[in-house]
Write a protein that binds this ligand. Structure first.
Ligand code: TZP
Ligand code: MG
Length: 217
């Protein structure tokens, strides 16, 4: 499969509690207006009915914008709105089970925190892996200790499937993760927690792009 994740540089997630009073839907619209090509709906504090209503809207919006739409954890909601895929963690449904439920054409991402978990993710048929938390973060409640830049470097050197770095990534350290081999960068609070989401996305993209030129790859 020509993996669409290879073409994504900025991976945006929702989190209404960090969105300065704005709704997930409004935040996603701002992301799409800024040209974002992948959105993951991540919402830990809402019931299924409300998640479904938001995801129906976001599905329409992402389709119109030509952006990929993934749902965190909730396979049923993803299926109901025909999302492009699901992102799961180590304690969620196993990748082969999600694959059986979603079918072969959908994208499945799995969070990993070690080389062993990364190899197991590839073996299990994940389409991409999450690599993190790179730095300390307070955004995720049940988060493990930072995995550090060494694990990122290991993934960059040893795996061929796409990977997404996440956890504590900010304007000031985005150049560092790019230098250590990150292609695709995921951020929550650095984007949803900014007054001017579109402007912040432009700033982050510029930072990523200038690092790209600097390392010449
Ligand atoms: N997975 C690992 S760290 C994290 C998730 C969902 C939270 C990242 O949030 P932030 O605000 O970009 O540190
Ligand atoms: Mg999860």
């Amino acid at each position: 499969m020509n993996n669409p994740l290879h073409a994504v540089d900025l991976y945006c997630l929702t989190s209404e509690e960090h969105s300065l009073g704005r709704s997930n839907v409004a935040v996603v619209q701002a992301m799409l207006d800024a040209g974002v090509k992948l959105v993951q709906y991540r919402e830990k504090y809402k019931h299924a009915g409300e998640k479904l209503r938001e995801c129906e809207l976001i599905r329409e919006m992402t389709r119109k914008a030509g952006a990929l739409f993934l749902v965190n954890d909730d396979v049923a909601v993803a299926q109901a709105v025909d999302a492009d895929g699901v992102h799961v963690g180590q304690d969620d449904l196993p990748v082969p089970v999600v694959r059986r439920l979603l079918g072969p054409g959908k994208i499945i991402g799995l969070s990993t925190h070690s080389p062993e978990q990364a190899r197991a993710a590839v073996e299990a048929g994940a389409d991409y892996i999450g690599v993190g938390p790179i730095y300390a973060t307070r955004t995720k409640k049940d988060v493990c200790a930072p995995v550090g830049l060494e694990y990122l470097e290991w993934v960059a050197a040893n795996l061929t499937i796409p990977f997404v770095v996440i956890g504590g990534i900010k304007e000031h350290n985005i150049a560092e993760v790019k230098r250590r081999g990150a292609g695709c960068v995921a951020m929550i609070t650095e984007i949803v927690g900014h007054e001017d989401i579109a402007g912040q996305i432009r700033t982050l993209r510029n930072r990523m792009h200038s690092t790209f030129q600097e390392i010449g790859s």
